[in-house]
Write a protein that binds this ligand. Sequence first.
Ligand code: FAD
Ligand code: NAP
Length: 704
Amino acid sequence: MPCEVKPRFVLLYGSQKGQAQSIAEGIFEEADKHGFEAELSCLNENEKYNLEKERAPVVFIVSTTGDGEPPDNALKFVKNLKKKTLPSDHYQHLTYALLALGDTNYANFCNCGKTIERRLQELGAKQFYATGYADDGVGLELVVDAWLEGLWSAVKQASQKMASDASAQQKGNVMQTPAFLEVQLNRLSLSDHQPDEKNTSNNATDGKHATVVEQTAATESKPGSSESRTELSSAPSLTSSLPPLSESALNIPALPPSYLDVSLLEVDAVAETLGPANKGALHEVPISKAVKMTSGDAVKTALLFELDISDFQIDYHPGDAFNVFCPNSAVEVEKLLHRLGLWDKQNHHVCISLLKDTKKKGGKVPTHIPNNSSLLYLLTWCLEIRSVPKKVFVRALVEHTGDSMQKRRLQELCSKQGAADYNLFVRDQNLSILELLTAFPSCLPSLSLLIEHLPKLQPRPYSAASSCLRHPGKLHFVFNLVEFPACSGRPDGKRGLCTGWLFDLISPALESSGSRLLPKVHVSLRPNGSFRPPSDPAVPFVMVGPGTGVAPFIGFLQQREKQRLENPGAAFGETWLYFGCRHKDKDFLFREELEDFVSNGTLNHLKVCFSRDNEEVEWEGAQSTARPRYVQHNLLLDSKAITSVLLEKSGSIYVCGDAKNMAKDVNDTLMEMIKTELQVDQLEAMKTLAVLREEKRYLQDIWG
Ligand code: FAD
Ligand code: NAP
């Protein structure tokens, strides 16, 4: 029998944290069912695809990272695509669809996707399906689900159109430039997608929201049994819901196929050195000093660490950050081992291979788990056990849950109808798998499921808060101790993983007035080539860094101070720093050092505001009687001078710190300032800011 040749399409992803990759892998897995053969590649695997000759539809799934940058594995592709030497018909033969992932909490939302799209169009490529812009700030799935639903019919039409154009071309009667498919985005409503038959099975693996679950669980539960634990209460919580959700039929995602075969091997006791997995590439540096920078009653506790890097080749510059590698909390690892029933096997070796006959296409043994790791090592150093379980993980947990009410609640949390509850009780609370398992005691997942769904433990970056010109052989950084309050699903508060670990490392020494020997930490440099003071010292610049966002500017100013001393005759441009904290006497980080910079002329303008001091602030740096609360209020007061620095004197502006609120508000304020000072409309002001960004004169280093 002749075998049927399925139409093909090319699927390319650029992914920093794995989200774009996992969406692309999901499409790849579904392709067969929709009658296609998908060719999946990462954008950096350019030996696997050839867009110059590609005649099949191409689907891009790309995320954006940092200040609108492409993910590392898409950098080269984007760089090549931006080459000005490419002719305007370079991709005239190409038809594409694109899903861009981003986060509106950051400036340059979906910038990587937008850049790829703009260049593809400039080079003649045609879009066969409207671009989706998914926002992690509100939940990617809001756009991703709708986009995926419409994708298949669009690929089908594009593919048919291309095949018929190709055959017409062969017959020699094709139009020179065929009119292209109408761009379409099928934003179908939920009711459009109710499967014909209501299905109470939990095992469907076909289709994104393949299963509709009816509300039967509540009636199945037996009063008085452990199952009645999640009785309906007056307010919804992590473990219980209210009507209409508790009574509605649910569209839940397809069960992700398992793909790992994990076994535990008892071995003779071997001394396993604990530490991060790729230790060889890291530096294990001693902490030489730790200072608490805030008063005891400050809202947040900020600490400054000094690392002794004199014995290491760490050539850092102000503006760079470096990664701190921390382990998971020993207490949480212990609890998780108990919870999984694996406490007595913690020293067994974990053997991982690909499951034979797995339905997951492209499944791989995770590369972040070294061979012969013990179970204890795996949970301590390899997996981000604090990560918030994604909906697809919650979906998989349903299958391992005995109690029917708990099962129903997990189904709700991963369903379309329960999206708001998932955001409220899981995502926004930063709930971990351990916290989820504690709240759902009848859920007992396998170790392989955890390895399949928990991401790699990531290092935490910190901005250098020093210059080695001022502190040779030393590297400073400053951080706030992150605190998560108690919530439904977490009876007690907890600390951030890395900041909590760093705090615990040095607290014995802090308590004993620093007389104890301080421990070491594993770090690696994370250079940021563009977040640097202007290379010409005569160029003026403005720094905006409230809270710990001031860190890189301390490095900038230490460097500048030294340069001024060494070049007394040279011209130096004016420097401005906008700093903000809550209380003058509690969390004014680096106060003395900043005042010294002002008095020795390194810093020309220091503008500080206190957001929670009620009384009028009497501090010599405060130049206005109208009390500005936030950094942007001070910027507004200096509107004329700052716009002149940026637009007349070719100066630069740097913003560092919280991305969610501060950086956005500062951006809006800059826009207002430009509108007022140049007397232009919003669009012109936006264009002016875009030019500043393009010229790398408006730079952000933001997080949160
Ligand atoms: P985790 O356990 O990872 O929890 C983090 C989660 O807590 C976040 O998802 C967020 O939702 C929540 N959260 C609540 N409050 C905060 C808060 N104030 N900050 C961060 N997350 C919060 N941080 C610094 O303090 N100083 C720096 O100099 C610094 N430089 C950075 C430079 C870069 C390039 C980047 C990307 C980040 C930087 N950060 C800095 C952030 C830092 O890397 C960590 O994210 C932060 O310290 C929290 O780590 P954690 O492991 O304690 O928290
Ligand atoms: P913070 O919580 O941001 O608070 C600092 C000051 O900013 C407070 O006075 C606060 O006032 C004020 N503030 C609140 N909302 C604001 C807004 N919309 N606009 C302007 N100011 C506002 O300080 P932090 O805890 O030090 O946090 C800094 C964040 O930046 C952290 O998430 C940290 O991880 C991150 N960070 C990133 C980098 C980087 O990416 N390179 C470097 C350092 C720090 P109120 O609380 O009174 O409202």
